[in-house]
Design a protein around this ligand. Sequence first.
Ligand code: HEM
Length: 328
Amino acid sequence: MVRKLIFGGRYFGKGSQDGGPGEEEIEHADSLWTILVYLNAFCVTDYFPWLRWITDFDGHKKIIRNAIVTARKYQDPLIDDRIQQWKDGVRTEQDDLLDVLITLENTLLTADEIKAQILDLILAGFDNVSNNIEWAMAEMINEPSIFNKAVRDLDFVVGKNRLVYESDLQKLNYIKCCVKEAFRLHPVAPFNVPHVTTVDSTVAGYFIPKGSQVLVSRLGLGRNPDVWDDPLTFNPDRHMNGDKEVMLTDHNLHMFSFGTGQRGCPAVLLGSTMTTMLLARLIQGFTWELPLNEPHDDIKENFHDLAKAKPLLALAKPRLANHLYPSS
Ligand code: HEM
């Protein structure tokens, strides 16, 4: 989805014969995962910068540099090509985010700046949605009463004669509660991306001097027993608020979904739409069964980054009329 938004195409490279991702796409996606893993990793030289002069102390620099080279090997030629198309007048209409960045009127970006922005956008929109949906689906498949409630929500609001559209999302409060509950209980990483304070501040009685590196614990917020009843249980109903529309953000920081303030996520609407739409379509379009010998999905998390330790494995069967599926 992110690739399509930015580059207007589904995959880098040729794609496989069955229409799935090909080798180039897999190499590109792997390099993005590597960058994200090391972005969130604990790195000794972040805290003892003088060690950087001696050596690449924990080897992170080399790994992340190589991963960036790989990612840019696929992205940058497309960007150069597109800039040329606009210069030559071959392209005249904006089709995707790359076109928008190239044709910004007030802030003319250089090619290097566009390349840096594109890498940042691709990384920012890459892992949150997939992590959230995998956890939400696993928790819901394990608890059929929750799954069935979500199906009823969809059948009531949308019915079975058409697919769910973006215009329905406002009314799909229970689906949004499931997404929000997965953000609360299963954040994409233990901490937010580090921020540095630019002025002396006092927060909740604590003095934080200018220049401090601030890390917010996503688990400390989302699983805080002083704020959430039974915090380790997946219970989407806790986010329902009568008939009021459910929002995935939490500006009080009782949990960490999109963050808040000046450095919070600038793509709240886009991220909310992508995530809710994906979960809604997966639930509306298919029934889901675990493999025969597995009564429950194993919902252990990976110790390092809180992703699922074992990928969710479930069998999807269409539940709507054939003509509603794009490939039929
Ligand atoms: C469900 C999806 C998403 C979630 C949960 C999410 C969440 C976040 C969070 C927590 C931050 C850091 C906030 C902080 O540290 O205070 C962030 C930053 C950011 N996000 Fe998102 N995001 C999502 C989707 C996207 C998408 C699709 C894009 C763009 C294509 C995007 C672009 C960005 C950018 C550019 C930043 C950096 C902002 C800055 O540091 O100034 N995000 N996002």
